[in-house]
Ligand binder design. Structure first.
Ligand SMILES: [Zn+2]
Length: 1082
């Protein structure tokens, strides 16, 4: 049972750098446990950043927002701080030598952690312009260079011969032409898409529902294609015929969907799909394929002769990913140039910080922003940044340095309070600086003064992270702390449901066993001997049990609170303790808990009082912290926050569907607010056997920056491994407490909307009781003035937080973007993965207030407008029937379709209300890599894996036609990992992988692959482990045999195919998007 057998070893990356951050390696994170995957890439499973500054015990206070009052740039108070003082402790020296981190105090042998050891490349912005990684974004647009006509894409395909010729595709697309050519000619400039030129009043469709927050959909029609387009009636052939009717196509043993409802039509030649030789399955019943799209399924009038769109000729995610890997994976991404689009999230690349934040911290939907708001509205491209302030970095990259500006705190602009950064302009010989955000001129504090060189740059430029790097940290002064008191180290409180189900399933015993060892791996800073975090324990069913585990006690003491209506903590001394001091008492408690409740008959639970108890305990201890709550059932016991079962699947596809996503009482919203004020973050582990209302129980975790994990029908044998892995990672991961984030922007744009797990009490400050290394905040920007191409646009994200040792810090990330007056420049510098991250979050928030269909239609409409704007303004003249996509957005249709088909927006019959609420909250905090694989899962042919190489087999597209019944595949989406076995797989392979002699003997009850001593088994297990290590949650392994019942579940993730819940196939959806675009253009 005790999985944690390994002794805690020292940080493998060497000692932390005195004066700067260390890099502590928690044992769980970086070492292989039995079967615990080790990441090839440190970002997820690798070392977690720690900090080594010893921290004084500190107090606390409630504050909302940044203490702007607290950081005046004093001209007088710090005169005693001569410049060289700065070099003595944490700040870099003022000489040209490397900063202290890599200087005398830096232990030799661990140089890899200093960015200053990589020479000038990583040492801030070089005097000369950094090498350009790609053509400057501002370079004039060359017609024809950027657009990707679908008809040319086949040259990039890896599967099969270049099938449908260019002419064939043109013919096909021409077949979709609506009305006359005159009607499809681009409308005069300024007319837009039949709506107003810049403000886009919705002249056709229904007005945007007020419930859909956020501006990007401004003015768009939400009710589907404009009804004023008479021509659409004569439109497209039934997609079923286009999408996959293959007369006489053998199905190769795959169980495809039922036969098409239309008789087979002669169309294009059916085609082989490259190495897998499978035919595309039929896509029957087009009408049902896309219920969300009016006018789509049942085109009036006789359909024209059907033609088939070749799946190999449409943009392939696999090819785009592969091309980016090949083109950009070998060179480091150097951040010295403004507005550079980073490599895709699926590309492995190193980042060298030369003045802009790494894309691991910030990714943008576009790196070239329209200069005017009219232009932005015309394009409909949302301007958003996906920010992961505490992202884990791979070991090869340097953590942000910690900078100490002394007693007066970080140097900031007097007016807008922006923090010192590489874009500030020093003037008057260095005595003042002009703010890059608001242009205000501020005196340089005497202790910060430095001379300028002949280029106007401070001579200590390279020695100061805040002048030369995109990301760094400041040590915060007491002014940045609640009540002007330094905070105490945070506390963790473990709160275990001991009702009948929890005990009977073995969960209680499992948790207690695990905690005995896990408590030795609480987050620590740098080289600290032990964690500063104190721990406490509560168990509960209808009542709460508190435990006194004071070190002086021989045995733990239990105190029961049965009055849950007004929760209080019955003991202060002895509740929160140091693990080492109370080790024996804690061990005794964890031994006793499973015994104490072994015979319980209590089935009812409370929930809100549990959170209240944790909150009160943290209040009493005057610290921030995290509650780890392990909960099994709907809290129906009489208590505040009591819930009833209000699940009702009949509400799906009605106007009341939104209520399924809303909490059933506002009680938890108020509780969440109190928790945030105290810095009480809640992580919730759910083990439901039936509906327990995730939408309501999730409110507090969600708004406090916490996480929710869900293990439905938890079974000890099959699920404990996954749960324990999640728990270990959750307890150990880097987390900041009592966090406030603000994003400042240069004049012309401002942050207007925010998505993620947090609380906001005003319009600018994102508050999180806890923020861990996996959590992402998506921020949308709007114009409030004109931007200029010369100065570009700047973002500064400042996160104020308390470290795991109680140190108050500011983490700063800066990013500079280009600005453009040509739409083509915008479309050449977009990042579709980030765009999808934003759109998914926007839509997933929309379902709280609007019917799901409205949300889906709005998404389609916005994307059609984005693509139509490109077609009209940027693409070179071509046949009106041709679908032309911007090169860097050519995957927008396929990814958008995946979002539309997702469980939240289009649930299949097997998806529960709790699943949907859970996914909705999960996606809202996902980073770009996570949304990418979540919406378009990775599908790997395991039988093609090279057992002698470390590499993964090349991924294939998510379509049943790509599967061969003679092969075994792996599919993962960040939550589940499937191993699919074809019916004709060689017996030898089955024997090697599953240890059984035939296909029929493979058990799909397996939750792990058997450990067998042969190269194929080893290779497959190492692939699974590697992939597990790249994800922030341990994925559930599901074995799927072809033609087995479970295959339905698996097929749900073959997202290029028509889905059982009615989602369109990629081919069909592309045709639909094309039609929408043409309607907008005509
Ligand atoms: Zn300013």
């Amino acid at each position: 049972m005790s999985v944690n057998q390994q002794a805690h070893t020292g940080p493998p990356y060497g000692q932390p750098q005195p004066g700067y951050q260390g890099y502590q390696q928690p044992a769980y994170g970086g070492q292989s446990l039995p079967g615990v995957p080790q990441s090839q890439y440190g970002a997820y499973n690798g070392p977690m950043p720690g900090y080594q500054q010893p921290v004084p015990p500190q107090g606390y206070f409630p504050s909302l927002g940044f203490p702007s009052k607290g950081s005046p740039v004093s001209l007088n108070s710090d005169t005693s701080l001569a410049p060289n003082f700065i070099g003595s402790l944490r700040a870099p020296p003022t000489s040209g030598a490397p900063p202290p981190a890599s200087g005398a105090s830096h232990p030799s042998g661990h140089l890899a952690y200093s960015p200053f050891e990589h020479g000038d490349v990583q040492n801030g912005i070089p005097a000369s312009a950094a090498p350009m990684q790609r053509p400057p974004a501002s370079q004039p647009f060359l017609p024809g260079s950027a657009p990707t006509p679908v008809s040319q894409i086949s040259t990039f395909q890896q599967y099969g011969p270049p099938p449908a010729s260019v002419q064939q595709l043109r013919n096909h697309m021409a077949g979709m032409t609506i009305g006359s050519t005159a009607a499809s000619a681009p409308p005069p400039a300024g007319l837009g898409y039949g709506v107003g030129p810049s403000s886009y009043p919705p002249t056709t469709g229904a007005p945007r529902p007020p419930a859909m927050p956020g501006p990007p959909l401004t003015g768009q029609t939400v009710a589907g294609p404009p009804s004023s387009q008479p021509n659409h009636v004569s439109s497209p052939p039934p997609p079923s015929s286009m999408a996959g009717l293959h007369p006489g196509t053998p199905m190769s043993g795959l169980h495809g969907p039922p036969p098409p409802t239309h008789p087979p039509q002669p169309g294009y030649q059916m085609q082989q799909n490259g190495s897998f030789g499978q035919m595309r399955g039929p896509q029957p019943n087009y009408g049902g394929a896309y219920p969300g799209a009016p006018n789509y399924g049942s085109p009036p009038g006789p359909p024209p002769p059907p033609k088939r769109l070749d799946p190999d000729s449409i943009p392939s995610p696999i090819q785009v990913i592969e091309d980016d890997r090949n083109n950009r994976g070998s060179e480091p991404f150097v951040t010295g140039v403004r507005g550079q689009v980073p490599p895709l999230v699926t590309t492995n690349f190193l980042v060298k910080d030369q003045g802009n934040a790494s894309p691991r911290y910030i990714r943008c939907t576009s790196y070239n922003i329209p200069c005017t708001s009219d232009m932005a509205k015309q394009s409909q491209v949302p301007l958003a940044a996906v920010i992961k302030p505490l992202a884990t970095l791979p070991p090869e990259e340097t953590l942000p340095y910690l900078v100490d500006h002394g007693e007066s705190g970080p140097v900031r602009c007097n007016r807008c309070k922006a923090y010192m950064c590489p874009f500030m302009q020093f003037i008057e010989g260095g005595r003042r600086f002009q703010c890059c955000f608001c242009s205000c001129v501020t005196e340089v504090p005497p202790h910060y003064f430095q001379h300028l060189d002949h280029t106007g740059k401070r001579v200590d430029f390279y020695d100061r992270p805040e002048l030369s790097l995109g990301s760094y940290e400041f040590l915060a002064t007491v002014d940045y702390c609640k009540n002007n008191k330094f905070p105490s180290p945070p506390a963790f409180i473990f709160m275990i449901d001991v009702s009948y189900n929890a005990v009977k399933s073995g969960l209680v015993r499992l948790i207690c066993e695990e905690l005995k060892s896990l408590l030795d791996y609480l987050p620590r800073e740098g080289n600290m001997e032990e964690s500063a975090i104190r721990v406490g324990f509560v168990t509960y069913n209808k009542v709460l049990h508190f435990y006194n585990v004071k070190s002086s006690l021989a045995q733990p003491q239990m105190m029961v609170v049965s009055d849950v209506a007004d929760m209080f903590v019955p003991l202060l001394d002895g509740f929160l303790v140091n693990v080492n001091e109370s080790r024996t008492v804690i061990a005794s408690l964890l031994d006793q808990i499973p015994e104490m409740f072994a015979d319980t008959r209590e089935t009812e639970t409370v929930f809100a009082p549990v959170i209240q108890a944790g909150l009160e305990a943290l209040k009493a201890a005057e610290c921030a912290g995290k509650l780890f709550i392990f909960h099994t059932s709907l809290p129906i016991a009489e208590a505040p926050g009591k819930l009833k079962n209000r699940d009702d699947r009949k509400l799906i596809n009605t106007d009341k569907e939104k209520t399924l996503f809303q909490p059933q009482t506002s009680f938890y919203n108020n509780l969440a607010k109190d928790c945030v004020a105290q810095g009480c973050c809640v992580d919730l582990f759910l083990f439901p056997n039936q509906y327990l209302d995730v939408a309501t129980l999730g409110v507090v975790p969600y708004q406090t920056g916490g996480s929710i994990y869900k293990y439905a029908y938890f079974q000890l044998e099959t699920d404990q491994y996954r749960f324990l892995n999640d728990l270990r990672r959750d307890v150990q991961k880097e987390v900041g407490f009592d966090a406030v984030m603000r994003v400042r922007t240069s004049t012309g744009i401002r942050a207007t909307d925010f998505f993620g797990a947090f609380y906001m009490s005003n319009t600018t400050d994102v508050e999180m009781a806890g923020l861990d290394c996996d959590k992402t905040i998506t921020v949308e920007f709007k114009h409030d003035d004109k931007l200029s191409e010369d100065s570009g646009a700047l973002l500064q994200c400042a996160l104020l937080y308390t470290s795991c040792a109680g140190q108050r810090r500011l983490r700063i990330h800066n990013l500079s973007l280009n600005c453009c007056t040509q739409l083509a420049d915008l479309y050449r510098n977009c990042e579709t993965d980030t765009l999808i991250n934003y759109l998914a979050k926007y839509a997933y928030r929309g379902v709280l207030n609007s019917p799901v269909k409205t949300v889906r239609d709005a998404l389609i409409n916005q994307c059609a407008q984005i693509l139509a704007c490109y077609r009209k303004n940027c693409a070179s003249p071509s046949s009106a029937g041709q679908l032309i996509l911007p090169e860097c957005m050519k995957l927008l249709p396929v990814y958008l379709n995946c979002v539309l088909k997702s469980d939240v927006l289009q649930p299949g019959p097997e998806v529960t209300t709790d699943d949907r609420a859970y996914i909705r909250q999960l996606v809202t905090s996902m980073d770009v890599a996570e949304t990418n694989v979540f919406f378009y899962p990775r599908l790997l042919p395991l039988t093609k894996a090279d057992v002698d190489s470390d590499s993964l087999p090349a991924a294939i597209r998510n379509s049943e036609e790509r599967l061969s019944k003679g092969d075994i595949y792996l599919l993962e989406n960040g939550l589940n990992v499937f191993v699919w076995v074809g019916v004709s797989v060689q017996q030898g392979l089955i024997q090697n992988l599953f240890g059984v002699s035939s296909f029929s003997q493979i058990s799909n009850a397996l939750s792990t692959l058997p450990v067998l001593e042969n190269p194929f088994s080893k290779k497959v297990r190492s692939i699974v482990d590697m992939i597990q290590g790249q994800r922030s949650r341990y994925m559930k392994l599901i074995i799927v045999k072809q033609e087995d019942k479970l295959e339905m579940l698996f097929k749900h993730f073959l997202v290029e195919d028509k889905s059982l819940s009615g989602g369109a196939s990629y081919v069909d959806f592309l045709c639909h998007m094309h039609k929408e675009i043409r309607q907008l253009l005509s």
